[in-house]
Ligand binder design. Sequence first.
Ligand code: NCD
Length: 308
Amino acid sequence: MNFKGRDVISIKDFSKEEILHVLDVAEKMLPIAEGRKKSEMLRGSIMSSLFFEPSTRTRLSFEAAMKRLGGDVIGFARPGTTSIQKGETMADTIRTAESYCDVIVMRHPHEGSARMAAEFATVPIINGGDGAGHHPTQCLLDLFTIQREKGSIEGNRVALLGDLKYGRTVHSLSYALSLFGVDMVFIAPPELQMPHEVVEECEELGAHISTATTLEGLEDIDVLYVTRIQKERFPDPEEYNRVAGIYRIDAHTLSEAKEGMIVMHPLPRVNEISPDVDRTPHAAYFRQAFNGVPVRMALLSLVLGATA
Ligand code: NCD
């Protein structure tokens, strides 16, 4: 399996075997990610982190991953501080950045932007989220979290709750879970249900999918994946106001849950998960956020051709 020089644009570009390989490498990275072991694996390599959209976890965990492996980081978190403000195109920004680094991680509000950047760049492009499109590295860390928390990806019943229309994390995750034959229930108000093409693709891969508008049958769920309503993607603020706050999970909601059921969330949460859930054994979302570091270390080392 050769990942050297490869772009990471969509989880659909990965086979199940390749996904499992990334997760295996991530497992080996854990002592370095936790700061218990030092590494110089990527010494002399530079990662550009180009964030055209807000981010906390994706950007910081990519930067931490690069630094934990001895590499360096350049980049921006706000395009307003760069020549984009003067009217420079994304193509020219990418062409310039690539001449300063060995790998580019980018996030952009437009769907398809990472794929387009990969056409201009000769260094690997890693998609840190393109509009409502894809979020492959979040998907890999979500799978890694399920594997670590539940012992395996297969055999779980997963509920995806919230904004399934605009949420890029659930577009990527539902596809990947289908590769593992996982049963899923998509819970959303009708106007925020999973796009038809995503459902069709999952079903073609053999996934068994049901849909619902309310969270019921919690006693049969192994993983509850909660998402934020993606306010910034709504064309009409009125439409957002109609669905804002529609779901809220609290400790009481979880009284029906199975003992080992985990609650995941890519974060940031707004009000979908009450802070009283944090103290329950179900809360896995902060461990999930940490898992971004070993998984992104694995991806960086693989695309840069470094060996563990
Ligand atoms: C998500 C994103 O940016 O898509 N956050 C993340 O990367 N952890 C989810 C969100 O913004 O709701």
